[in-house]
Design a protein around this ligand. Structure first.
Ligand code: N01
Length: 552
């Protein structure tokens, strides 16, 4: 059972971890392994982070289950049986709970505990965290494992609180589930969450109205029960496959690297390749068709148009098909969705699509939705698949400060600044897992989590072995890294899309490209080189208070 005791005396730790999702749990395991006293603080009433909260119908990972899992234990990866090609939310949550039990992680997890403030006391050289309930925790280091898509966002629609029916957000889904049988349901948002949920809700609802601002590209997932033919060769070579995945940009193995430029192939060859990938299912394979799909607009147009034509072929009503065919961003520059019967769903008589780009939602009325044109839609239930305050939301919700007067919200006022996505200048001993400036969200997330946490654990271990106790990036290293992250993004097509990668879904959020899109392989080499060169770009020091404590 988790220890949920809330003591009144400050708790003293080596490392306080914020969050007990996939990142926080691995951090407990890894940091404990080097002899540190650690504890993770989790706002939810269970472990699992994203997979604890996102329980909407059809929630499933779009990275294959044999890839989307921890690699740190060969026994674990051999023993765990994934029932399907892609893991469902309940299955992934079951796996995470299994890991928590198997590695005895729960005794260092405190559930139902939201961290509200984090203050670095420079004199004492320690972080002081305070929980919502007023508990105080002191720790030499803090690891922010609070997630990138963990701050759900419902747009500030007028009238929302007067809606008489029930409304839901995908990221805060009721644990008991929701039965939409016989109801008139509205879904706002057609990102990955909406695309997964819409076909399932359509099967239950009397009528489903989808409000779409931006049409998104989606490819068939081609999910199926796990076959021996898929599982056996993978498990026979698990270690080698994991190592090979680390040599790829997305940290996902099994797809041969492209060698040819798009326009070097004939139109017939391209059509054949795209069709094969469409039939195979999965997004990485499609984006790996040619070397330049994410850097050349002309090249990308061919892959985008192939999918648009597929949509036109599937959706029977030509007007609906055209509305669903994305035309404002190159394929892959917003998160490429994977679906099961998404476009087919619009052929159902009980489903209608409403474009709200030209005619935006004006207000939520007590009985439904009203658009700027005055058009109204009567609804019994409303679902917001409207996304998250991505990448910076969770850290900005915590009041992070130092005794020198640094305030994280101010430091990040113009967009997030980090060195390697791992640390922030002016905030010593605070590590971030898969944060802005890291490739995390553009990769198989668990691979990035393991790489980040391993790097952090090695850094803390290095400090201890060299009688040091403070690490902080220099302002120059941070500036140079942010510049590099932007330059790399600008050399691709990514910035052309209004995505959450640039904060476009949050009105007023500074438009800054947040993830590092240079690839996991390149990033890992850079992190390894920095460490091998004595933590280049970081200032490492021994603090006086610590020296005094040691002498006492
Ligand atoms: O959120 P999103 P999500 N009026 O931000 C629309 C991961 N994930 O929860 O594009 C009308 O992508 C918004 O429109 P627009 C994955 O990384 C993974 O779906 O801003 N519409 C958009 O259509 C993913 O990328 C998996 O114009 C409004 C939608 O809401 C990330 O989570 C599954 C609006 C939000 O889409 C987030 O996905 C699920 C407004 N005022 C999620 N405001 C898998 O692994 C927003 N929208 C499969």
């Amino acid at each position: 059972m988790p220890d949920a005791s809330h003591s009144s005396a400050p708790r003293q730790l080596d490392v306080a971890i914020v969050g007990a999702g996939l990142a926080g749990l691995y951090a407990i395991h890894r940091l404990r392994g080097i002899g540190l006293k650690v504890r993770a603080y989790e706002a939810g009433s269970g472990v699992g982070g994203t997979w604890f909260w996102n329980r909407y119908p059809g929630a499933r990972c779009d990275v294959e289950s044999l890839e989307y899992s921890y690699s740190f234990s060969e026994e674990l990866q051999q023993e765990w049986k994934w029932p399907e090609r892609y893991g469902t939310q309940p299955e992934i949550l079951k796996y995470i709970n299994h890991v928590a039990d198997r590695f005895d992680l729960r005794r260092d997890v405190q559930l139902d505990t939201r961290i509200k403030t984090a203050l670095f006391d420079g004199k004492a050289n320690e972080w002081i965290l305070k929980t919502e309930a007023g508990e105080e925790i002191r720790a030499r280091y803090v690891v922010m494992a609070a997630g990138n898509l963990s701050t759900p966002r419902v747009p500030d629609f007028k009238g929302i609180h007067d809606f008489k029916g029930k409304w839901y957000h995908t990221g805060l889904w009721p644990h008991e589930g929701v039965d939409f049988t016989g109801k008139r349901v509205g879904v706002i948002g057609t990102g990955s969450s909406g695309v997964q949920m819409i076909p399932i809700i359509a099967q239950q609802a009397r009528h489903l109205t989808v409000f779409q601002r931006t049409a998104n590209f989606s490819l068939p997932a081609r999910n199926e029960p796990m076959t021996d033919a898929r599982e056996r060769p993978h498990k026979e070579n698990y270690k080698a496959r994991r190592a090979a995945a680390q040599e790829t940009p997305f940290a996902i193995g099994g797809y041969p690297k492209p060698t040819q430029k798009t326009l070097e192939a004939t139109p017939e060859e391209r059509a054949r390749i795209y069709e094969a990938k469409w039939q195979e299912g999965g997004s990485i394979s499609y984006l790996y068709s040619y070397t330049d799909l994410l850097v050349s607009k002309e090249a990308n147009d061919t892959a985008s148009e192939f999918v648009r034509n597929k949509i036109r072929g599937i959706v029977k009503d030509p007007k609906t098909a055209e509305l669903l065919a994305p035309n404002d961003h190159p394929i892959g520059t917003k998160r490429l969705c994977l679906d099961t019967n998404y476009y087919e769903t619009y052929n159902r008589p009980n489903v209608s699509l409403v474009g709200v780009r030209k005619d935006p939602i004006e207000e939520i009325t007590p009985t439904g939705v009203r658009l700027a044109s005055g058009a109204t839609y009567e609804l019994d239930a409303l679902v917001f698949a409207t996304g998250f305050d991505a990448m910076t939301g969770a850290l900005k919700e915590i009041d992070v400060k130092t005794s020198d007067g640094a305030v994280l919200r101010q430091h990040w006022d113009g967009g997030p600044l980090t060195y390697l996505g791992l640390m922030v200048s002016g905030f010593p001993n605070m590590f971030v897992v898969t944060g802005p400036g890291s490739p995390g969200v553009k990769t198989q997330m668990i691979a990035s989590i393991e790489q980040h946490v391993d790097w952090i654990a090695d850094a803390i271990d290095y400090l201890g072995k060299h009688q040091l106790d403070r690490i902080e990036p220099t302002a120059k290293a941070e500036t140079d890294w942010v510049q590099h992250v932007n330059q790399v993004a600008d050399s691709t097509l990514y910035p052309l899309a209004n995505s959450w990668y640039v904060g476009a879904n949050i009105p007023g959020k500074p438009r800054v490209f947040m993830p590092y899109v240079g690839g996991f392989d390149r990033y890992k080499k850079q992190c390894d080189a920095v460490a091998a060169n004595g933590y280049e770009g970081f200032t490492l020091s021994r603090h006086e208070a610590a020296s005094e404590r040691a002498r006492a």
